[in-house]
Design a protein around this ligand. Structure first.
Ligand code: CA
Length: 711
């Protein structure tokens, strides 16, 4: 007794902490000790058996199969009407929020625009730490589709994030301090990372994006604890004169023509991964080529492997085991990077290990994931580039206008895809896949006089379209719309469908009897999983594109969604009166917290004198189309995650040449174009915008419009 009493205070404290860590139920939730204890337990075994831990959400797609199904059943269609707001957290970010949060014992990790990571205490609704990787804002220009980040990975006390500038960073989960980082790309090229890393068998897997601007795609595996590179799998071949990295690249090169390697070829793997630990196969979705159009990319034709393919890679050595190409010789930006889900399905009275994907091209694929053989492929949205997929050859049957040789053609789906990055979900009870989908077309035409130029980066995007060519419109075209489709992968048909007002909506979560999805009008909605009946909705006031999650803390089931409008479909349009900062909304039964109030922003069309003649305005319009339109949209569209310049405030607009030509707003992500545009061009762009605003003011229909057009 005497000995214990005379122990020095610090020793006593250490003994206490050791006792708390060794039986962590007693450590205080949210403390470093608690976070260390619960995150260090996340090992390969836990990640593999995620279905046994429904209270947590430990990886991007919830489990290796990425089914985004929560087995928690306290919230059901019979009581969801009492679901209310438990807490909100304003993260103060602008731009798109695509991230799926991860949760372990009430500690939430979520990534934000510019690859910033937040640790949040769910029990308090408070931030624990913020990790900012300080991505240089110049990267805003080469991020094709907004400066988003779709999520983090967790493993043995570390949080992993891929940064927009191409780094993989491991962060101490308890302190928010960087443990290590590794550069995964050549930063002189136009690579970006927006996708979530995954951890399989002690390795962190990370891909990249940038095919729109000209890069060569690949996936890299790093040792999860040290960051040492284990293997790298290229998705497209390099210059044959330099030799091939693998047999897979040698085979792929036979399907390419011309000098594709000069622009990199593309094929970036920027989103979808899934893992079968028994087969030791990592499934990767591969994207489109550089340039989109095969006529330019590979002029003598060819399938251009492994573009628009699902590749199965051996997790030990990174070797290709099989591939399935959804769109041979892609010409439409039909990436196969969309969400991949693994499941066991009864096909013709036989249990099959399947892989399911709804890539951009509009067909829903079911593959045998042991060997890549096609089981079925059926259109889940309106498609007119191909009529069907041949089950013997696995190849699409293209229509005669699909490659728009001498015409410009309205083709479904367009480059936004029948389905994009927004995650779908598979419900093992209803056996349905819930797909956030759209009917949307684009008029494709041959790009004229395109030449790859590494130095102009964003200037490389060339959609094309010959003004003198006839445009073939589709007389059977459906209305353009977004949809939530409940797809039966066995019957190969939709079972129910909810039609949205607009095309760009949010990812999906399924519980046993409900499907949750956010939308562009700012609602989070719960639908009956069996028939699509709306059971509950909540208005957050600002567009939602991310996926909801469900998890349990101290016996309470929560639903969390992060709102933050943006992404490729939200750059220059919006469908709510206002856009709010990135905000976490967390719901539980019987709760009724107030939604946060944000200041109302109003804006008017800019009214300043147009100071150049009409010829210069036309030249300004051309420059705007090449450099500005991709983020800001045409003047007068109303603005989305990026401002509509026609609605600029006068004081800001008077800084036009400093902003465009000297980088005055680089900190906000506005590139400095001073190295590519001369004073004359900048002046012409400025006057083009003023002239467009003047035309809009003169339009009577817009006389009373003070808040931009809302589409
Ligand atoms: Ca693309």
């Amino acid at each position: 007794m005497k000995n214990i009493i005379t122990l020095p205070k610090t020793t006593y404290l250490i003994v206490c902490i050791l006792i708390m860590v060794s039986c962590n139920q007693t450590s205080v939730p949210g403390t470093k000790e608690h976070i260390q204890a619960v995150t260090k337990k996340i090992d390969d075994n836990r990640l593999q058996s995620a279905d046994d831990l429904p209270g947590d959400w430990l990886s991007y797609g919830r489990n290796y199969s990425e089914d985004r199904f929560s087995a928690l059943n306290k919230i059901t269609k019979f009581n969801v009407d009492s679901l209310g707001l438990a807490w909100t957290l304003n993260l103060g970010t602008t731009k798109g929020f695509e991230a799926t949060p991860l949760v372990v014992d009430g500690i939430m990790y979520v990534s934000a625009p510019w690859s910033i990571v937040y640790a949040v205490d769910v029990r308090k609704g408070e931030i624990i730490w913020i990790f900012d990787p300080k991505v240089p804002r110049e990267y805003g220009e080469i991020a094709c589709c907004d400066v988003v980040n779709r999520g983090v990975a967790l493993y043995k006390g570390l949080v992993y994030v891929g940064t927009l500038d191409g780094r993989l960073v491991a962060i101490d989960a308890a302190t928010g301090k960087k443990a290590w980082e590794v550069l995964t790309v050549d930063q002189s090229e136009s690579y970006t990372i927006t996708g979530a890393p995954r951890v399989y068998d002690g390795k962190v897997i990370i891909g990249n994006g940038g095919a729109e601007l000209g890069v060569r795609g690949y996936v890299t595996a790093y040792d999860a604890l040290t960051g040492d590179q284990v293997w790298r799998f290229y998705t497209v071949p390099g210059n044959p004169a330099d030799g091939f990295e693998s047999k897979a690249m040698e085979e792929a090169a036979k399907t390419w023509t011309g000098k594709w390697w000069e622009s990199g070829g593309g094929g970036t793997a920027w989103d979808a991964f899934a893992y079968d630990p028994e087969l030791k196969l990592i499934y990767v979705g591969v994207g489109n080529g550089t340039l989109w159009n095969r006529e330019v990319r590979s002029p003598q034709g060819g399938d251009n492997l492994y573009l628009s393919s699902i590749v199965a890679i051996n997790s030990e050595n990174g070797n290709l085991e099989w591939y399935y190409q959804t769109t041979p010789g892609d010409t439409w930006d039909y990436t196969a990077t969309q969400h991949i889900i693994l499941a066991e399905l009864e096909v013709n009275n036989q249990s099959r290990k399947v892989l399911m994907q709804a890539p951009k091209n509009g067909f829903f694929y079911v593959l045998d994931r042991t060997n890549g053989k096609l089981i079925s492929a059926d259109p889940y949205v309106y498609t007119n580039w191909a009529t069907s997929v041949d089950l013997e050859t696995g190849r699409p049957i293209e229509t005669d206008f699909s490659r728009f040789k001498e015409v410009n053609a309205q083709i479904f789906p367009g480059p936004s895809g029948g389905h994009n990055w927004q995650p779908m979900a598979f419900n093992p009870v209803t056996k349905l896949v819930y797909i956030p989908a759209r009917d949307q077309s684009m008029i494709y035409g041959q790009p004229l006089h395109w030449e790859y130029n590494k130095d102009i980066r964003a200037g490389n995007i060339a959609l094309g379209g010959d003004k003198n060519a006839v445009t073939r419109m589709d007389s059977l075209a459906p209305d353009e719309k977004g949809m939530l489709i409940a797809w039966d992968p066995i019957q190969k048909t939709d079972v129910w469908k909810v039609v949205h007002k607009t095309t760009w909506n949010a990812g999906v979560l399924s519980t046993e009897d409900l499907v949750f999805q956010g939308n562009a009008e700012g609602f989070l909605v719960a639908y009956d999983a069996l028939d699509g009946t709306e059971k509950w909705q909540f208005n957050v006031g600002s567009g939602v594109i991310a996926s909801p999650i469900s998890y349990m803390v101290d016996d309470i089931q929560y639903i969390t969604i992060v709102s933050g409008w943006g992404g490729v479909g939200g750059r220059f349009v919006r469908y709510t009166d206002q856009l709010y900062p990135g905000t976490i909304y967390t719901f539980a039964l019987g709760e009724n917290e107030d939604i946060p109030e944000y200041p109302v922003m109003t804006k008017k069309l800019i009214d300043l004198e147009v100071a150049v003649d009409i010829g210069d305005i036309e030249q300004g319009k051309l420059v705007f189309g090449q450099y500005c339109n991709r983020c800001h949209g045409s003047p007068g569209t109303g603005g989305g995650a990026y401002p509509d310049i026609a609605y600029s405030n006068k004081a800001v607009f008077n800084l036009f040449s400093q902003i465009v030509g000297e980088g005055a707003f680089l900190g906000k992500g506005m590139p400095n174009f001073g190295d590519r545009l001369d004073e004359e061009q900048i002046k012409n762009v400025k006057n083009y915008i003023l002239s467009a605003a003047k035309d809009l003011r003169n339009d009577k229909d817009l006389d009373n419009q003070t808040n931009g057009n809302i589409h």
